[in-house]
Every structure is written in structure tokens, then in C-alpha cells.
Design a protein. Structure first.
Length: 210
């Protein structure tokens, strides 16, 4: 008789491996992050690892997909908000806060080394689409209410916000002096000024945190 699988326990173990993988990939890079090292970090045997992930690349994809899922979840959490500009700057701030995880810069560098793989490129593209799909409705609402500039189409504004967020993450990943703690508020202020279409980042630093 086949053994019954407890879905909650299965998912908990999967997330345990993902967390360990994120730690090891951040510390060692893609090439240096062996499955043996990930298993040691997770406290599991290799058989357990390969039960969940056939390859190390599959683990990388799972980490990326988890991030995309969290972006989708943000959309549901924002239901009921009536301040489009506030939502947009909050989103930029929350994405900056995500980068405060000390493992994220190393993981970004690890992923950069395998971006040429079609599966990884597709996962990154899916994450980018999820981010833009989250931004666009709020940009459109902000334009309709007069809170967001109307001299640019929504898709172009979304592209620039994604560029700000992605560039911030990339800089945090390569420059030890550029940290979330020191630069987060300026990112949010810059996004606010861009969305308004006037003013300066220095003028917008007040009240950027909710």
C-alpha cells in the first residue's frame, strides 16, 4: 500500500530545502553551491533533496518562482486600498525591503551566472511580468484620479518603476556601501517624484514610509 503524503509536511520540507539552497547559493555562488553543501545546510540526505529537486537548477527556479508568487500575493493584499500613489511607492519600498535579506545580494550574483539558461531566463521574465502586472492597474488608477502623471503611458511608467527597483537590487548586490538601510528612502522618494512628474527627490523624502 502506497504511503500517504502529508501536503503540509511535504511543503514545509520543500521550503526548508529552498531556504538552505538560498543560503548556500548566496555564500558560494552557483558553481560552488554543491547539492552536498545544500543538504548539509538543510540537515537532509541527498535522497531527500533529489526527491524534491532533480537538479540544482530546479532549486534555483523554485526560489525564483517563490519570489514571483510573493509578488502575486502582494496584489491580493492591496485590495481595498484607495490611494494609488501610496500603493505604488509602498510597492517600491517593499521590494527594497526584500533586498535587506543578507542572502539576496549573493543569490542575485549566483543567478547572474546562469541567466543564459532558457529555463532561468523564462523564470526571470515571468517575475518581471508579475511585477508589471501588479504595477499597471495602480498606475492607471492613479492617472484616472490625478495622482500619477499622465504625460507617459502606463506601460512606460511601469517599465521605469521596474528599472528603478531592479537597478536598486543590482546595486545592493555589487556595492557593499550601497545598502537598503541607507538608500531605501531615497529610492522611494525618487519613485514618488517620478510618478508625480515634478519636484525633486529631496522634497519627497518626507512621509515615504507608511
Amino acid at each position: 500500500m502506497a504511503r500517504r503524503v502529508d501536503p503540509e509536511r511535504h511543503e514545509a520540507r520543500r521550503l526548508q530545502i529552498i531556504g538552505a539552497g538560498l543560503t548556500v547559493l548566496a555564500e558560494r555562488g552557483y558553481e560552488g553551491a554543491t547539492t552536498a553543501a545544500i543538504c548539509r545546510e538543510a540537515g537532509i540526505g541527498s535522497g531527500t533533496f533529489f526527491h524534491y529537486f532533480a537538479t540544482k537548477t530546479e532549486l534555483v527556479l523554485a526560489i525564483l518562482e517563490l519570489g514571483t508568487a510573493e509578488t502575486v500575493e502582494k496584489a491580493a493584499a492591496l485590495e481595498g486600498r484607495t490611494d494609488p500613489l501610496g500603493v505604488l511607492v509602498d510597492l517600491l519600498g517593499s521590494w527594497a525591503d526584500d533586498a535587506a535579506d543578507p542572502r539576496i545580494p549573493g543569490f542575485v550574483r549566483a543567478v547572474a551566472g546562469v541567466m543564459h539558461l532558457p529555463t532561468v531566463a523564462a523564470a526571470l521574465a515571468a517575475d518581471d511580468r508579475a511585477q508589471r502586472d501588479l504595477l499597471l492597474p495602480w498606475i492607471e488608477r492613479g492617472q484616472a484620479t490625478g495622482e500619477v502623471r499622465t504625460d507617459l503611458p502606463p506601460a512606460r511608467i511601469a517599465s521605469w518603476l521596474a528599472l528603478l527597483s531592479g537597478g536598486f537590487l543590482e546595486r545592493v548586490s555589487v556595492d557593499d556601501a550601497f545598502t537598503v538601510d541607507t538608500e531605501r528612502d531615497l529610492l522611494v522618494a525618487t519613485a514618488r517624484v517620478f510618478l508625480l512628474g515634478h519636484g525633486s527627490a529631496a522634497d519627497a523624502t518626507t512621509g515615504t514610509r507608511r
